[in-house]
Design a binder for this molecule. Sequence first.
Ligand SMILES: Cc1cc2nc3c(=O)[nH]c(=O)nc-3n(C[C@H](O)[C@H](O)[C@H](O)COP(=O)(O)OP(=O)(O)OC[C@H]3O[C@@H](n4cnc5c(N)ncnc54)[C@H](O)[C@@H]3O)c2cc1C
Length: 378
Amino acid sequence: MKKNYDIVVIGAGLASLMFLSRYVLKNKSQSILLIEKNNNKNINQTFCIWQGPGLINIQKTYNLKPRHVWNKIEIAYGNENICKDITPYSYECFDGPETLKNLLKQCKNKIDFKQGLDVKKIKNHKDLIEINTSKSVIHTKYLIDSRNMITNKQYESPPSLKQVFIGNEILSKTEKFNPEVIKLMEFNKNKKAVEFVYTLPFSKNQGLVETTLFSKNPSFIKIKKLQNESLFKYKKFKSMKQEKGVIPMILSRQYASNNNLPIGLSAGMARPSTGYSMMRVAQWVNSIEKKQIKKNNLKQFQFEPNRLLNWFDSIFLTVCYFWPNKVPMLFMKLFGNVDVRSIIRFMSDNPSLKDIFFIILGMPKKLMIHGLFKKYVK
Ligand SMILES: Cc1cc2nc3c(=O)[nH]c(=O)nc-3n(C[C@H](O)[C@H](O)[C@H](O)COP(=O)(O)OP(=O)(O)OC[C@H]3O[C@@H](n4cnc5c(N)ncnc54)[C@H](O)[C@@H]3O)c2cc1C
């Protein structure tokens, strides 16, 4: 006889595994199946996150060990460069495959895990969901779906953008990196997209150099060319691994029904202005931690972003969409004028009203008012 599950979770990615690793601790009686389409999920990813007072401690909460921790950040544009000590905050980076492996290990013996099952179709029956995969049909009472279901249509209207990047972890023959300072954004002039290089220095010789675009129509061919230009200054180096990705920078999202809960990117768990999702996922998991999934309560598990932050992000994205060439100046002003701790709390979805007030004061007002105007007057 086929087994019916209480809960099926689609996708063994960051959102599902952060959720499950906590959920299974308190809900031992429910039968849970996790399905993943890839047989070997060893995709290069580096998850970075701000840590410090008031922010969820990822190391402690999820038993994860960071690969590197920085207390100084730098941003630069043209000849100008701003370097800040961010103590008591830090910027921490976790190796992607190791993080996912570790989170999955924490769910061991508490859930069933099947790899190589590609979900093709989902049918809703009365009180039961039928999941058709490439290999079998599975039935469940409740479905948690982390597939990225964002459609091209959702990207069509402004201010929706995509964050696209290619990064190479390189080993340089000479000492080219300062492992004390993470280079958050080194902007390049670009009229059509926001373009910057993000550098995570792991040692004097080793670092991840990543070219990033916030763009309406990104092309990997173009970004590969830009990445080669970024790597040119390292002259003699060996590329150890490459990571690339496309992350949505959009405000629209999917909603839960009585028995189907979207999570992850399509549920709005990536912050529209940054594309970062690890902190949002952690905050969401914290907010639902005491609840158990049962009949007719799945909507209570819906991720709800902070409305005020979404509104700020929509203005920021409007500026990026219409005036990408002005965005480097916006960041230089912001980091030059505002206490970096306020910016970190703001970027981590955890600002105080005082932080928001200082951020408004520190932004280039004319540009933001143009953004505001353009957002409402189409
Ligand atoms: C290279 C890279 C670096 C990033 N760096 C950061 C960072 O530093 N900090 C940060 O906060 N965020 C970062 N992000 C953004 C975000 O945190 C990640 O995209 C994160 O993986 C999103 O988690 P998720 O669970 O929503 O999606 P995913 O991790 O993509 O998980 C979805 C899973 O569903 C599976 N799946 C899809 N379709 C099917 C199907 N039909 N059947 C079965 N399974 C299916 C996929 O194989 C995948 O495993 C990064 C993203 C990328 C791509």
